[in-house]
Design a protein around this ligand. Structure first.
Ligand code: 4NP
Length: 156
């Protein structure tokens, strides 16, 4: 069964699209077959492209995310995905709230995948400057590498 991984932040225009891009890149590099997507707990940016600063950050790493579009996470995602990773604790709390009783996806905090970073959220760069997006990229890349490395053990 092909693993299917969903990254969830608040707006789906900053952190989770970068996490999606990072995992796509790392999985491709490793030759791993995995489905990857991202969504937001809010509906504020549905159908919107990622934040221009996120697009620029991915572009610096040779990845085009300008065609990504925002969407809101739904109950169906807990059946469609094998793993759902929240970018921070607040979003994890909201995901637990909307998780259907029969949902099959494993739900976890993204940085729990990175040794030494357990329990830590990826800081929201939306109200900050360009440097915050570089920090986001570092975080999601470390997590993406950990996901790829841990694949054998997180596979259901
Ligand atoms: P994200 O960042 O959750 O990483 O996509 C945000 C994007 C938009 C807003 C907040 C956070 N907002 O308030 O619109």
């Amino acid at each position: 069964m092909t693993p299917a991984i969903l990254f969830v932040c608040l707006g789906n225009i900053c952190r989770s699209p970068l996490a999606e891009a990072a995992l796509r890149a790392e999985a491709e590099r490793a030759g791993l077959d995995v489905l990857v997507d991202s969504a937001g707990t809010s509906d504020w940016h549905v159908d919107c492209p990622p934040d221009a600063r996120a697009i620029r950050q991915a572009q610096r790493h040779g990845i085009d995310i300008s065609t990504y579009r925002g969407r809101q996470v739904s109950a169906a995602d807990f059946h469609r995905f094998t793993h759902i990773f929240a970018l921070d604790g607040e979003n994890l709390k909201n995901l637990r709230r909307i998780r259907p009783a029969d949902g099959t996806a494993r739900l976890a905090l993204l940085m729990d995948m990175v040794p030494g970073c357990e329990g830590r959220g990826v800081t929201d760069p939306y109200y900050g400057d360009e440097a915050g997006f570089a920090q986001t990229w570092d975080d999601v890349t470390r997590a993406a590498r950990a996901i790829v490395a841990a694949f054998g053990t997180i596979r259901q």
